[in-house]
Design a binder for this molecule. Structure first.
Ligand code: PLP
Length: 381
C-alpha cells in the first residue's frame, strides 16, 4: 500500500540534497568541532557555513545564531534564558493560550520560580488581541513570547505589531517560529524580533537539531551547563551533520519558498472546494488569509477526529487530529478550545498539512477516502 503523507506540520522527510550535504560528516569528517587539528577545523568550518546560511535567511548576523537540539530546546533557552537574566528588571512574562507545550510548559515552570505569566486569549480565528496585549503589558514585563504561526490551525500572528508593543515597554520579544521558518519570509530586523526559535525537521531537514536567533544586545543566560560551545550559551558537542543539514535545508526552503507556496495554496484551494461540496456539516477552523499555506484544519461534526485519523491511516493516508505531541491525549485541543470551539467540535477536528511532494492525485484520493470514512463513522453512531 502506498503511503500518502499529509502531516508535514508533525515532521517532514529529509530532502535528498540535505542528506547528501550531511553524509560526509558521519564517517569521514567526524571531528569534534573544538579539536585543534584538521578534522576538528573541518567540522568547525561546516558549522560556521551553516550559521551563515541561517543568518542570511533571517537577515541576522552570524554571531546571533545558536544551534540547539530541537525547537523545544530553543524555546526553553529563549524563555528561561531571558527570564532568568532579566529578573532584576521585572518578573512578568506575556504569552498566549495557543502556544506549543514547549512554550506553555516552560512558562509554567517559570511560574514555579516566582515569575508571573499572562496567557493572552485568541479570537475565533486564532489571533491574539493587540488591545489585550497593550492592556496586559507594563513596566514589569520583561518578555513577550508569541508564536509566529500556529501548529494546529496555521494562523500567522501580526508579528511586527506585537514587537512594536513589546518594545514600547522595553520588553524583549521572542517568537516560536518552528512552523513558520521555511514557509514564510522572515526578516528579524524589519519585524523587530529579538529571539526566534526554529527546528530543522519542519523544513525538510533532519530531526534533533534546531537553532535560536538572539539579537546581539539581548541579555540571556545558558540553561545547560558544560563546555564553551555556542559562544558559551549552549554546552554540548555540536551535532555537526545535523547542523550542516539544517543549514542546507533552510537555504533550499528559502530559495523555493515562492514556488512551493503557490503550489500548496492551489492544492489547498482545490481540497476546500471539493470537500465543501462533498461532505456536509463541516467547519473550517482558523483564518483563511493569514495562514500557513499548507495548513488545513476541519471539524467533521458528529465524528471523532482521532477515529478519522485511524481510518485514513488504514488507507495509507497520514494526517493528525491536532499536534503530534498531544495526539495520544484524550482531551480536546487547547488551541481550538481557546478559539471558542465547543468540546465536541474541537474533538471532531482533523489537521491536514500539505507538503512539497503532494499532488492533485493525492488530494483526490484523500477526498474520496474521507467521504467514505466520515459517512461510515456518522452512520455507525
Ligand atoms: N513549537 C512549535 C510551534 C512546534 O510545532 C513544535 C513541534 O511540533 C515545536 C515547537 C517543538 O519542536 P521540536 O519537535 O523540534 O522540539
Amino acid at each position: 500500500m502506498r503511503t500518502i503523507y499529509f502531516d508535514h506540520a508533525a515532521t517532514t522527510a529529509v530532502a535528498r540534497e540535505v542528506k547528501e550535504a550531511m553524509d560526509p560528516y558521519f564517517c569521514e569528517n567526524y571531528g569534534n568541532a573544538s579539536s585543534l587539528y584538521e578534522l576538528g577545523y573541518k567540522s568547525k568550518e561546516a558549522i560556521n557555513v551553516a550559521r551563515e546560511k541561517v543568518a542570511k535567511v533571517l537577515n541576522a548576523k552570524t554571531n546571533e545564531i545558536y544551534f540547539t537540539s530541537c525547537g523545544s530546546e530553543s524555546d526553553n533557552l529563549a524563555i528561561k534564558g531571558v527570564a532568568r537574566a532579566n529578573r532584576h528588571k521585572g518578573n512578568h512574562i506575556i504569552t498566549s493560550k495557543i502556544e506549543h507545550p514547549a512554550v506553555l510548559n516552560t512558562c509554567k515552570q517559570l511560574e514555579k520560580e516566582g515569575f508571573r505569566v499572562t496567557y493572552l486569549n485568541v479570537d475565533k480565528n486564532g489571533f491574539i488581541d493587540l488591545e489585550e496585549l497593550k492592556n496586559s503589558i507594563n513596566r514589569n514585563t520583561i518578555l513577550v513570547s508569541i508564536m509566529f504561526a500556529n501548529n494546529e490551525v496555521g494562523t500567522i500572528q501580526p508579528i511586527k505589531q506585537i514587537s512594536n508593543i513589546a518594545h514600547k515597554y522595553n520588553a524583549i520579544f521572542h517568537t516560536d517560529a518552528v512552523q513558520a521558518v521555511g514557509n514564510v519570509k522572515i526578516d528579524v530586523q524589519e519585524m523587530g524580533i529579538d529571539l526566534l526559535s526554529m527546528s530543522a525537521h519542519k523544513f525538510y531537514g533532519p530531526k534533533g537539531v534546531g537553532a535560536l536567533f538572539v539579537r546581539k544586545n539581548v541579555n540571556f543566560v545558558q540553561i545547560q551547563n558544560g563546555g564553551h560551545q555556542e559562544h558559551d550559551k549552549r554546552a554540548g558537542t555540536e551535532n555537526v551533520a545535523g547542523i550542516v543539514g539544517l543549514g542546507k535545508a533552510i537555504e533550499i526552503a528559502d530559495r523555493n519558498m515562492e514556488e512551493n507556496n503557490k503550489k500548496l495554496l492551489q492544492l489547498r484551494q482545490y481540497f476546500l472546494e471539493q470537500i465543501k461540496d462533498k461532505i456536509p456539516y463541516i467547519r473550517i477552523n482558523g483564518d483563511l488569509k493569514n495562514r500557513l499555506p499548507g495548513n488545513i484544519n476541519i471539524s467533521f461534526m458528529y465524528v471523532n477526529g482521532k477515529d478519522i485519523v485511524k481510518m485514513l491511516a488504514n488507507a495509507g493516508i497520514c494526517t493528525s487530529s491536532g499536534s503530534a505531541c498531544s495526539s495520544g491525549l484524550p482531551q480536546p485541543s487547547h488551541v481550538l478550545i481557546a478559539m471558542g470551539l465547543s468540546e465536541d467540535i474541537a474533538k471532531s477536528a482533523l489537521r491536514i498539512t500539505l507538503g512539497k511532494e503532494n499532488t492533485k492525485e493525492d488530494i483526490d484520493y484523500l477526498i474520496e477516502t474521507l467521504v467514505k470514512v466520515v459517512e461510515y463513522l456518522r452512520t455507525e453512531r
